[in-house]
Design a protein around this ligand. Sequence first.
Ligand SMILES: Nc1ncnc2c1ncn2[C@@H]1O[C@H](COP(=O)(O)OP(=O)(O)OP(=O)(O)O)[C@@H](O)[C@H]1O
Ligand SMILES: [Mg+2]
Length: 357
Amino acid sequence: MNDFLMERNLSAEQVILSLMPIILFVVNIGMVAGIWMGAIKVNAGSLQIGVILAFINYLNIMMNGLMSSSNVLMQITRSFTSADRIGQVLDTNIDITEPANPASLPEIRGEVEFKDVNFSYSKNGEYVLKNISFTAKSGEKIGIIGSTGCGKSTLVKLIPRLYDADSGEILIDGVNIKEYPLENLRKAIGFVPQNATLFSGSIEDNLFFGKEQATNEEMEHAAQSASALEFIDRFEDTFAHEIKQGATNLSGGQKQRLSMARAFIREPKILILDDSTSAIDAISESAVQQAIKRNHPETTVFIVSAKISSLIDADQILVIDDGMVAAKGTHQDLLVASSIYRDIFATQNGKEEVSYE
Ligand SMILES: Nc1ncnc2c1ncn2[C@@H]1O[C@H](COP(=O)(O)OP(=O)(O)OP(=O)(O)O)[C@@H](O)[C@H]1O
Ligand SMILES: [Mg+2]
């Protein structure tokens, strides 16, 4: 595409370059002619020199006007293309729809159940998730592990209805998530995506995205839970510290801690951490895990991670393989029951093989 664009630009420039001298030549011939004819009339005494000067000046002004309006025309043509694209985006229908008759449901407690869930992005039947079934009781900590691209992020994205399952059901407290008003559903969920975005503005502004009008205590508490307070306190202006666009003035680990704090401050009933501690050192990570257990005992927590150490204490670990739940259970169960899990454990423990009776 870039080559094509360059070709087009070059040929446009070539046309301009060959036309320009001709245009200027014609314009200047016109001026010479004007001066010539004017001079004859001045000689004959029927015209004053000032009139010729004024004529040439006006001619120049009109020429410049014509040239800049041709530039404007060019810009307009280009902006039509951009406007088309913006229109396309604005006109896209959102296929996640609100329930027609939202039931008035009690507050979400956080039990999550997947029943035979299938999901594909392209809707061509090539499923990214296949027959996913499991139950997470309210307050349980669920670990999700599996190789790159096996569908872990996709699985957790279905819970806040970022996508809808093709078939099967996802229930929260026994009610299909499609029956909750979207706002209620999403209010109950804290979601830290794999590549969380922080916005330019202060640290405080970013935390307000999690909870508007959060108090100082709430901010400190959330930051503490996410092991973020230590680095925030090191800034002279603490929570007022400015974050640049794309959070380029923060380290990867600091970004992850802040995005976790932003989720914690919501006090969600369901907390989803999609590989949110990948850039955080082991000591801080275990501090975060302790804090989650201590401060959010009733929150159902989904921890997606490639590291067994991040989810070793989970009440239930789902081993995902090629979009399917290959095994589930606690760390100890899986060491016995799942060869995939054993392999991951062995490589991460630096041992060639672990044998279990
Ligand atoms: N928006 C999308 N559109 C189309 N395909 C997608 C999209 N997002 C992910 N996929 C595909 O779905 C599959 C599962 O992706 P997913 O992001 O769930 O993997 P993952 O297990 O989270 O991987 P990782 O450990 O690298 O984060 C991959 O094959 C990926 O190519
Ligand atoms: Mg992922």
